[in-house]
Design a protein around this ligand. Sequence first.
Ligand code: OGA
Ligand code: ZN
Ligand code: ZN
Length: 401
Amino acid sequence: MEESTPGDAETTSAISKVDMGDLAADRTEHRIAAVDRTDDEVILRWSDTRLSRLHAVWLRDNCPCAQCRHLQALERTYKFIDHATPRIAAAGLDASGDLMIRFESSEGPHESGYSTGWLRRHCPSLAGRTERSPKPNLWTATEIRDLPMVDFADYMTSDAGLQAWAEALFSWGIVLMRNAPAESGKLLQIARHAGPIRPTNFGDHYDVVSMPNPNASAYTAMALDLHTDLANWRWPPDFQLLFCVRNDAAGGGSVLADGLKVAEDLRREDPDAFGLLTEHPVEFRFHDQTCDIAASAPTIALGSAGNIERIRFNNWLRGTMSLPEDLMAPFYDALGKFWLRLRDPRYHLNLRLAAGEMLAYDNRRVLHGREAFDPNTGQRHLQGCYITADDVLSRLRLLDR
Ligand code: OGA
Ligand code: ZN
Ligand code: ZN
């Protein structure tokens, strides 16, 4: 997009031709079959019998006209708080089947038009909201046997490849990329194709190798229990990318589990333990010579609808529990129950990364770990980095336009 200076007449006329696409008609195969109205709402009856009840204030608030939205920035300028409550004075369909409304208020009339696709996409009915809510595929070892895979070349050179990769990451929480050149640094090229790198105290990327004087468990040859990364940050990274440059030492297989599935099973089978893990924060801390980063948050973070938003589990970064005395025993019990479940092989995806392969997984949901390896038998060299879900979603939305 070109840079613009809002208000500059010359720029304005040039920019007004730029089509951001977000206001273009959303696609829908449905049509509005009938329009009814009262003073404060419009009722749409759709060709598939869906009913949309659209409140006057909501409609007025979403008027897309040039008076109500900034033409170039495409952002809302209308402030409902500054206006008298509008009344629906007229509502009907225009020649292309879109909804036209005349509002009346003490401040005078206002006319607004809404495209059929936009109305369908924003239908506030329960059916509409349910349709739009994200539906992750929860998995155990059985469901993930067909691990989503994308070829490096498809990902780098085609929109469909990038889209398939990102969609798998959002729905399954994991995707394997294959056939990349097994070169150090390739990771960054792959990551930046999906979104900017999120740097951490380990740099913009890090080399997972067994090293002398390691500052983290990952930089040893030890086995790593299932964990989420950077649990000691208030906002741990969303997606982790782990690229295999070389893997010919004995051992070192990867293990992954869908924490969302494990936690949902716990919620159903042991609601008390689940409740404790959502209610009580756990301390986490990482410190070395150059940093000391600590955070406190529950093992299972819930969203406003009771949905699981994030799993935070990392035993070596876990700090000292700070809980009321009487909660200590039940809390350790609940955390132990979750951990025991995580160890159950029926939840495990086991694989061995080969040179030129890259795993990407949702660190908010999928836990990862590895078997110990023997650095005397060969070399194991992975490179890792993180990216942010908002950036990947933005790429997906742009591809969707
Ligand atoms: C990590 C990690 C796993 C591995 O670097 O965060 O957990 O397979 N590595 O070495
Ligand atoms: Zn308007
Ligand atoms: Zn890790």
